[in-house]
Design a protein around this ligand. Structure first.
Ligand SMILES: Nc1ncnc2c1ncn2[C@@H]1O[C@H](COP(=O)(O)OP(=O)(O)O)[C@@H](O)[C@H]1O
Ligand SMILES: [Mg+2]
Length: 441
């Protein structure tokens, strides 16, 4: 035991961790797992009993914003019994629960930190600072348990799309906002934002945002996703992160969103399209299993129980059921599982970003004309009232000048041509969008 104390004290300089490690070893000892005696026979026929240690402390405690992690090297003969000691460790340490994780021949006892609820977690700024040279195509997630910056490279073939899954309050929207914000700071990519919950609003005014704003209402999201899906391959674009929060709600309200997401997921890497979808539960019923298979990366936060953990991660041993919420996540990709604390932009940073890039409503795409969609829609959005003549005029201007006309130009042109008078700003913009959209872009 003295060895334990010394090893830990050298690293941490405090008795808290030493004390806890000793309680953990105490539990193992009470259960008769710490060591056993073996009879050793010597060549000359004499024998003696020798004590063999089955469990030894690794002598290093990992401390993260939400956890302390105690490592033990455990011999295989007692491994299974140690795995079941979680409740005993919790009792001995006087904490609500612990989880026991196996990583090779090291077993980690993960202990939630008291008071973490109120501590500041990892801010975006702190995580960014660790290595501010994130390449385009990668997005910031947060900080892992070795205090390293964790980024997700969505351009890697094994991680083209990502799903963020967890209960309300697990920190999904916060994490998605961090990913989008980092993409904007890195540059070199576009982001398309679909989010009925409004969590992505503070990052929706940046010039990288497709169509200049966030799509919130389900019917608008459907329109936007349809436009993206039907433009696959027709338009040369670089990298684009298509970020969709609350996917189950959206699909329930507008079932065709399912098809659009499926097409986007299939197009994937070759089209430079990367989906980041958020959901309170795994999406098999909403998205279909083949789309889900295309979404290889799972960022899983707090879930209700082991069943939900299995559904979210596709694995039995992810430990997701003991995640604590508020940015406590694991990233699951293939056979790897990694724990991390999601970075959360500070209030000041978001305010600064939103002031510099004020959020605006998006320019709505218009369904290709000829399908009648614009003619008898009604629907209060008035997409039907842009006369073909106006669209033609705008296209003529664009063809001659190589760019779309100004809103003022549309106003003057419509004032001259239409008995009903000139278009206001919104309608002029819609007319421009309609004209440019149909032009085969
Ligand atoms: N990474 C984080 N760090 C600290 N607090 C967080 C973090 N993520 C979420 N929270 C807290 O949890 C609350 C819910 O987060 P949110 O992202 O809206 O969760 P969800 O979208 O999963 O419902 C936030 O208001 C915030 O107080
Ligand atoms: Mg949310």
């Amino acid at each position: 035991m003295d060895m334990v104390r010394n090893a830990l004290d050298r690293r941490r300089g405090g008795t808290h961790y030493t004390d806890r490690m000793q309680r953990i070893l105490g539990v193992c000892q009470d259960c008769g797992l710490l060591w056993h005696e073996e009879r050793v026979t010597h060549r000359n026929g004499q024998w003696e009993m020798r004590r063999i240690d089955d469990i030894e402390p690794v002598g290093e405690v990992h401390v993260t914003p939400q956890y302390e992690k105690y490592g033990l090297t455990v011999r295989p003969r007692v491994l299974n019994r140690v795995k079941n000691l979680g409740p005993h460790f919790a009792y001995a340490l006087n904490v609500p629960n612990t989880s026991v994780e196996v990583d090779g021949n090291v077993v980690y006892v993960r202990v939630p930190r008291p008071g973490a609820e109120h501590d500041p977690m990892v801010t975006f700024e702190q995580a960014w600072e660790i290595a501010p040279d994130i390449p385009p195509g990668s997005v910031l997630l947060g900080v892992d348990e070795e205090h390293q910056q964790l980024v997700l490279d969505l351009t890697a073939p094994s991680s083209v799309h990502a799903a963020v899954i967890g209960m309300t309050g697990s920190g999904k929207s916060t994490l998605m906002r961090t990913m989008v914000l980092s993409a904007q700071m890195v540059g070199g990519s576009q982001v398309a934002l679909f989010d009925p919950s409004g969590g992505l609003e503070p990052v929706s005014g940046h010039p990288s945002v497709w169509r200049g704003g966030i799509f919130c209402r389900a019917e608008d999201c459907e329109l936007g996703l349809e436009a993206l899906a039907s433009n696959i391959g027709r338009q040369r674009r670089g990298l684009m992160f298509v970020t969709v929060d609350e996917v189950p709600d959206l699909v329930a309200l507008r079932p065709r969103i399912r098809d659009h997401l499926s097409r986007l997921a299939q197009a994937g890497r070759h089209a430079g399209l990367h989906l980041i979808v958020g959901a309170q539960h795994p999406l098999a019923s909403e998205l279909g299993s083949s789309t889900l298979r295309n979404i290889a990366v799972r960022l899983v936060g707090r879930v209700a129980d082991p069943g939900a953990a299995y559904n979210a991660t596709g694995r039995r041993d992810s430990g997701a059921e003991s995640l604590r919420g508020r940015g406590d996540f694991i990233v699951v990709n293939g056979s790897t599982v990694r724990h991390f604390q999601a970075a959360c932009p500070s209030v000041e940073m978001l305010r600064h970003w939103a002031r510099r890039y004020p959020p605006r409503p998006p320019r709505m795409p218009v369904r290709p004309s000829g399908m009648g969609a614009n003619r008898h829609g009604g629907g209060g959005r008035g997409l039907d009232e842009i006369p073909d003549g106006v669209v033609k005029e705008i296209r003529r201007f664009a063809a001659e000048n190589g760019e779309a006309p100004s809103l003022n130009w549309v106003y003057r042109m419509t004032r001259e041509r239409l008995p009903t008078g000139g278009f206001g700003r919104d309608k002029a913009q819609r007319a421009i969008d309609a004209a440019m959209e149909d032009k085969g872009s």
